[in-house]
Design a protein around this ligand. Structure first.
Ligand SMILES: CC(C)(C)c1nc(N2CCN(c3ncccn3)CC2)c2cc(C(N)=O)c(N)nc2n1
Length: 336
């Protein structure tokens, strides 16, 4: 009688905790502790134990990330809070005008408004819903009000926690973020596609969106996708966080990847400087961004400012000029 036969649940629980922590460190902190070989060995051990004791399998086990394909297409999912779009700013003057509009409504001066700035990742926006700390639903943005239910596909992303990491998990949490594919993963995927004579993607954004909409999660599981959180859209009970930057720090402790470039910045002048500096770093990031998302940091002020039509008054996207994309058709290069 070996140790594990006596109490498989103890070894299973320990393996799950180790693998979840290794996932978090690798995919969220970019600070891996386990080697891939170590991870794979413990993952296989967990699979063995769960095969011997199927009654001990739980949906949030690391072995349950890749499920079966849904019968036919994706179900429609209505977003509890619409995933709105963003107004654009194209110049320093536009940033100042946005800050002045905000200041006027908040009855303060533009230089007193505290903003956050973060890269606007060029991927596919999705929404994740957690109940009692467990992932229950994942959907595409769709038209902002209704998206496609792609939970089984989103579960395959190692940067999507199957259960929240913290001890005091909220009863309900809806996290919104962008799924991206890095340039290296994109080039490798297209190289494999060219060799296999299958579909080549025009750019990483299309590759990310297309990979999320695969009917078979086993295909999504093989695609190099990362989830980057950008908003806690719903949080019950309200944990008292009073700013976007605090909420993003809480999302990081709950197991999500939040932007390392997120900065709290006061006044439009410094915001415009951040945009200029990020624009200079753009080509070296290793993934596509198409600007900076500038938000009013204080959550009470966000609520006071609300939304116009489909976009919030409290946020604007500063857009960089489109990067000329080179596409090849039968080996002839076209500038588009
Ligand atoms: C929370 C708000 C609503 C202000 C918000 N909305 C966003 N988006 C809305 C428009 N979106 C959209 N997508 C497709 C068509 C129209 N609009 C795409 C997401 C954000 C996108 C990013 C990003 N990409 O990195 C980000 N760091 N923060 C965001 N924050």
């Amino acid at each position: 009688m070996t140790k594990s036969d006596a109490q498989p649940l103890e070894e299973i629980t320990q393996l799950r905790a180790t693998l979840d922590e290794a996932n978090y460190r690798y995919y969220v902190l970019d600070d891996p502790t386990l080697t891939d070989a170590d991870y794979d060995r413990q993952f296989q051990r967990l699979q063995e134990l769960e095969t011997e004791h199927p009654e001990l399998i739980t949906p949030d086990s690391p072995t349950q990330r890749v499920g079966a394909a849904p019968a036919e297409g994706f179900p429609s999912v209505a977003h509890a809070i619409p995933m709105l779009s963003l107004d654009n700013a194209f110049s320093r003057e536009d940033i100042h005008a946005f800050a002045e509009r905000v200041a006027e409504r908040l009855e303060c001066t533009a230089d007193d408004v505290e903003f956050t700035c973060e890269p606007k990742l060029d991927g596919a926006a999705v929404s994740l819903v957690y109940e009692q700390g467990v992932l229950v639903s994942g959907a595409t943005r769709g038209d902002g009000r209704t998206g496609e239910g792609i939970t089984s596909n989103l579960r395959t992303l190692r940067s999507v926690p199957l259960k929240l990491r913290d001890s005091n998990v909220p009863a309900l949490l809806e996290v919104r973020g962008e799924v991206i594919m890095r340039h290296a993963g994109f080039e490798a995927l297209n190289e494999r596609a060219r060799e296999a004579g299958s579909k080549v993607f025009a750019n990483p954004r299309n590759a990310a969106a297309g990979s999320l909409r695969q009917l078979d999660p086993r295909i999504t599981a093989k695609r190099p996708l990362e989830f980057h959180a950008y908003q806690a859209a719903r949080l019950e009970p309200d944990l008292g966080d009073t700013s976007h930057s605090e909420l993003m720090a809480r999302l990081a402790t709950l197991g999500f990847r939040a932007s390392s470039e997120l900065k709290v910045i006061k006044g439009p002048q410094a915001v415009a400087d951040y945009c200029e500096q990020l624009g200079e770093k753009r080509d070296g990031l290793g993934f596509d961004i198409d600007g900076v998302v500038i938000k009013v940091n204080d959550l009470r002020h966000q609520r006071e400012l609300g939304f116009v039509a489909r976009a919030p008054r409290w946020a604007v996207a500063f857009k960089f000029p489109a990067q000329e994309e080179v596409t090849t058709l039968n080996d002839v290069e076209f500038q588009v």
